[in-house]
Design a protein around this ligand. Structure first.
Ligand code: HEM
Length: 171
């Protein structure tokens, strides 16, 4: 597979080399810990809201769950920033792997659905009267499926890469 030379240049920058090779605890694995923390903050509350919309936990009032959208956006920002550092650490590994782009697509659609749930369910004035948008169940099921796909694709990145670094194939 032809790899764009600029990825090789990117991989030889001081930051990329430090992230990849530094023995410091603040190197690659620290970033991966933040990435895992971020995904728990964006996916965890989202799935709780989805399950509530699917009819589980009916004893939990729906309207107050609106506050969790801010937490989900904090989680997403943590993952966008830590994700960029993960790419910077191994740019060839990530950017030559089609699963990486599939993962970003799942995430983009999942975030779009997350915003549609907020707008159509939580920002709808009829929620106060206990009326839930008719397509809430479909949105909730799509959301769970997309986050499951994003996490699975994220986990599979380590097993589906072609190159670890420029010129070095993944084993
Ligand atoms: C909310 C959104 C996101 C979720 C749920 C997510 C989820 C995951 C998961 C589950 C992993 C596997 C972690 C592991 O091996 O322990 C992963 C790895 C990774 N993610 Fe994300 N991610 C998100 C956003 C992003 C973004 C925006 C980027 C890039 C801009 C990104 C880049 C990466 C990279 C490069 C890896 C591979 C790390 C490695 O080499 O092992 N992620 N992600």
């Amino acid at each position: 597979m032809a790899v764009a030379p600029f990825l090789n240049e990117l991989e030889h920058t001081n930051l990329s080399t430090w992230l990849r090779e530094s023995p410091s605890v603040f190197g690659f694995y620290f970033v991966l810990v933040f990435h895992t923390l971020g995904l728990s903050l964006v996916v965890g509350p989202n799935v709780v809201i989805d399950l509530r919309l699917l009819g589980l936990f009916r004893e939990i009032p729906l309207a107050p769950l609106k506050r969790w959208f801010n937490v989900m956006w904090v989680g997403f920002c943590i993952n966008a920033i830590s994700g960029i550092f993960l790419v910077l650490a191994y740019p060839v590994k990530a950017l030559t792997n089609p699963v990486f782009f599939l993962k970003l697509t799942f995430i983009a659609v999942a975030v779009w659905i997350m915003q549609r749930i907020k707008k159509q369910v939580f920002d709808d004035s009829s929620l106060a009267a206990g009326v839930i948008a008719s397509n809430a169940r479909m949105l909730a099921m799509s959301s769970i499926a997309l986050w499951a796909a994003a996490i699975t694709a994220g986990r599979l990145l380590a097993y589906t890469c072609s190159y670890l670094v420029y010129g070095v194939p993944c084993e």
